[in-house]
Design a protein around this ligand. Structure first.
Ligand SMILES: Cc1cc2nc3c(=O)[nH]c(=O)nc-3n(C[C@H](O)[C@H](O)[C@H](O)COP(=O)(O)OP(=O)(O)OC[C@H]3O[C@@H](n4cnc5c(N)ncnc54)[C@H](O)[C@@H]3O)c2cc1C
Length: 379
């Protein structure tokens, strides 16, 4: 079989692969390069809902489902209103994102979508071996996750795992102007577990029961906690489940990106682009893609300067505390949201803060366990 030849190959047409392909398509610097995006899936279903915050107008506003200027954080000791301005919290259905990018790339004759599953990259020959074909390129952008991650003993592994019910109620129940970032009132024993609510209108919302834990759980547990929340907290008896969403996001200090090499740049989750302490990556991906493109245009290694080591270290400390004392989550997040403004929190999570601002956040979270984790992650 004669291999197909490209300049760049993007493996994976998920969040990172499509954002990267879209950015290549918008920049005239790449218009004469032949680019392939290879994925076994044609991405025709709504497999997830992305939320992210940003200031003012953004690149995906045309396809966002909803956005909120205020939110709330609720724990057993606090009820905090989050006034987000100048930020907005935006919700985007993955199917709308996939369709938007496909439509934008449809007429780009230099960009091909290929349905195939890559099994291996033979770097010495610059060839990717798929189940259906072989593909040659000068550089590969690869969103396949390094499978060693789950057996690595030196990293902390917390899973953000959740199930969501998209419900429709008979009565008017939701305040559509406010989303709920975290509500800890219904909790799985001794764990960091909470409810997250995205109201679409006064009788429709996506309600997710979420864990940040070192363990995974059974489907029936999410169902039980979702039903309890809807009945006991929202006081809703009559509702219809019109959709569900499940997910597991790695929250880890594992160095996924170490699998990159001079000819292969790992991207997305596989490139450590998911923030360890939160599991968010949508907005980070936009920034990493912009940096990666800048690197190529200035003759640097594409992966140059993509990760912020100081922020990764803070995240590693936080994850170590959660891993050793998962029951502390509610208290830590209560301190985080009550002692810092949403604007300070977003800047910190966006890795845009300076050392002084970071120290303020660290002190606001203080717990003796952080001192232990600081030293555990130092060596
Ligand atoms: C249900 C869910 C909800 C989430 N919600 C949010 C959120 O609200 N906000 C946020 O910021 N983050 C969120 N995340 C985290 C993160 O943004 C997503 O996981 C995001 O999709 C990661 O992007 P990615 O490109 O690394 O992976 P993906 O989007 O999963 O894309 C990887 C692609 O690679 C393809 N692939 C895999 N193996 C091969 C192979 N061998 N050959 C070719 N292609 C292959 C897959 O088919 C897939 O299409 C969520 C994650 C999940 C799972």
């Amino acid at each position: 079989m004669v291999p197909q030849k490209f300049d760049y190959i993007i493996i994976g047409s998920g969040l990172a692969g499509l954002q990267l392909a879209y950015a290549f398509s918008l920049d005239p610097y790449f218009e004469n390069l032949k680019i392939a995006i290879i994925d076994p899936s044609s991405k025709k279903t709504n497999d997830k809902t992305w939320c992210f915050w940003e200031k003012g107008l953004g690149q995906w506003d045309e396809v966002i489902t909803r956005s909120w200027n205020q939110g709330e954080f609720i724990s057993t000791k606090a009820h905090i209103n989050l006034e987000l301005s100048p930020y907005a919290y935006k919700m985007l259905r993955s199917i709308d994102f996939y369709n938007f990018i496909r439509a934008a790339l449809k007429d780009k004759t230099n960009i091909d979508f290929i349905i195939d599953e890559i099994q291996e990259i033979e770097e010495s020959k610059l060839i990717a071996l798929g189940k259906k074909g072989k593909y040659i390129a000068t550089h590969f952008f690869d969103s396949r996750i390094d499978s060693d991650y789950l057996v690595d003993e030196n990293s902390t592994k917390i899973f953000q795992h959740f199930k969501g019910f998209h419900i429709k109620t008979k009565a008017s129940v939701f305040d559509k102007s406010t989303f709920t970032m975290m509500d800890f009132r219904i909790k799985f024993p001794d764990s960091t577990s909470f409810t997250y609510i995205l109201p679409l209108n006064d009788s429709e919302a996506l309600i997710e029961y979420t864990f940040f834990t070192p363990f995974l759980t059974e489907e029936s547990i999410y169902d039980k906690y979702l039903n309890t929340y809807i009945k006991d907290v929202l006081k809703v008896d009559e509702y219809e489940i019109i959709g569900t969403e499940n997910g597991v996001i790695p929250m880890t200090d594992y160095n996924f990106h170490k699998a990159s090499s001079p000819k292969v740049t790992k991207i997305g989750t596989a490139g450590s682009w998911v923030k360890g302490s939160t599991g968010y990556s949508f907005k980070h991906t936009e920034k990493k893609v912009a940096q990666l493109i800048q690197n190529i245009k200035t003759g640097k290694d594409p992966k140059n300067n993509l990760l912020n080591n100081r922020s990764r270290w803070y995240d590693a400390i936080f994850l170590d505390v959660l891993n050793r004392h998962n029951e502390l989550g509610e208290e830590l997040f209560t301190k985080f949201y009550s002692k810092n403004s949403p604007q300070e929190i977003f800047r910190y999570l966006d890795e845009e803060t300076n050392l002084t601002e970071e120290l303020k956040i660290m002190f606001s979270l203080y717990d003796p366990e952080f001192v232990r984790s600081f030293f555990r992650k130092l060596f």
